[in-house]
Design a protein around this ligand. Structure first.
Ligand code: SF4
Ligand code: SF4
Length: 73
């Protein structure tokens, strides 16, 4: 079955280190990094829920679907 994968893009020049994005991330694909900036711990854990993108007051996060990888059995 094809599995959806996502790319997380963070615009660090817009980020105000509020911590909301990694606080809300249910899978901890995003975690707290240096100086309270978000850090992508493991993009493979991202389920594309968009919570981080929607909660970020600075609109500094984009979560984009990667091309679906087709696995033919
Ligand atoms: S889209 Fe959801 S799972 Fe992916 S990094 Fe954002 S909050 Fe975490
Ligand atoms: S929610 Fe936005 S502003 Fe807050 S830490 Fe995350 S990326 Fe930065």
């Amino acid at each position: 079955m094809p599995r959806k994968a996502y790319r997380i893009e963070i615009n660090f020049s817009w980020c105000k280190q509020c911590g909301l994005c990694y606080w809300i991330c249910p899978t901890k694909a995003l975690v707290e990094g240096d100086l309270l900036y978000p850090k992508i711990d493991n993009e493979d854990k991202c389920i594309g829920c968009m919570l981080c993108e929607n909660i970020c007051p600075e609109m500094a996060i984009d979560v984009l679907p990667k091309e679906e990888v087709k696995t033919e059995a």
